[in-house]
Design a binder for this molecule. Sequence first.
Ligand code: SF4
Length: 454
Amino acid sequence: MNRLIYEECGVFGAWMETPTAVPLTLFGLIALQHRGQESAGFACVQVDSISHKRGMGLVDDAFRGLDLDAYASHGAIGHVRYSTSGGSINANIQPLVFSGRLGPIALAHNGNLVNAAVIRNQLEQQGSIFQTTTDSEVIAHLLARSTTSDLDGALVSALGQVRGAYALVMLTPERLLAVRDPYGVRPLVLGKADRGWVVASETCALDTVGAVFEREVEPGEMISISDQGVESMPLFPARQSAFCIFEYIYFARPDSEFAGRNVHRVRRAMGRKLAEEAPCDADIVTGVPDSSLSAAAGYAEASGLPYETGLIRNRYLGRTFIRPNPEQRDQGVALKLNPIRGVVENKRVVLVDDSIVRGTTSKRIVKMLRNAGAKEVHVRIASPPVRHGCGLGIDTRDELIAQRMSPEEIGKHIAADSIAFLSSKSTVAATGLPRKSMCMGCFDGSHPVKGEEF
Ligand code: SF4
């Protein structure tokens, strides 16, 4: 549960026989809320044009009081956002909606383009005027400037110029499009709904809207959904897949599945392997809620130690909650987490977390457990040390503690009695997928796309 790595977006789209695409999209976005809590937006087809509505905060806040009858539509896309590229301003809320030679288009993007700044600079020098500070708008400009006569050709031309990670959903009055970059860094799945089709960042959103998982959008593939049905078009030859392993470790919801692997089960396997690699003489195992609970359960299972709920998370704090100033940081963590004294008092505690980025939150949690009477706190991290930044859609702009400290030094810094990280080999083994099919750039620097951010 290290909220210092931020996921930056979730996308959803629906193409229905009935005018129900907007409520379906809003439900889908609520299911994807963990991927971005800063702003939300949707766009929908209305006759030959595209309407949109966007707002700051959680989906529920952004669209409170919305008159759904005014947005009756058979086609819609939506987006939840945490900004990694561009600031937290209204103009940056997606979907972006633009109109030109190719007609009205709405676009929602999860991922980061590593050469967006260079392209933007070139386009501005040639007279383009940008409305937002997001890298996603570069795609809109490249589409508008393409000289090909149809959208499919324009997409090949525009996306052929960008480098990085993108899971895109796009909407025109005639079609819903879903596109994934040639490495498939960010997830994108297709589902069959009752009388329609949906696409989403994660399968948990399909479950929420009652859709059945059909398949993942393949790396380099575009899926086009219209009243005529579903069509697959390879836009680019797929490269060696580089799916972000952090989706399994932390970002995705435990009830989602990628490559047929349930996220909870993968995390649990990571916890089991962690117990085998780094056993501990202790009384109880507890996890940092919510993303570390599956790994903690796995650690308890393999170690034979009892699993206990030692920390409680306040579920009612949104990302836009007042940020504490530096002197109030301890209270900031205390607002989010509180130990159960009766569980940890006089106990030797194994504290399982999914990752450590800056180390400041871990330090506060260790202190919190000691203040609640824990005799010893042994930290076990269910992934390797994060030593590199990520320019593919994850915000690791905070200082990475593992860049300047060894694991032992990190343990001392956060005042843990002991610390251990899961090895890369076991992290991969827990997914059951080949190492070469995943990006592990933030652990070992092996990003599939290099850019100025790395
Ligand atoms: S560098 Fe890390 S966080 Fe970024 S895409 Fe690769 S595995 Fe995911």
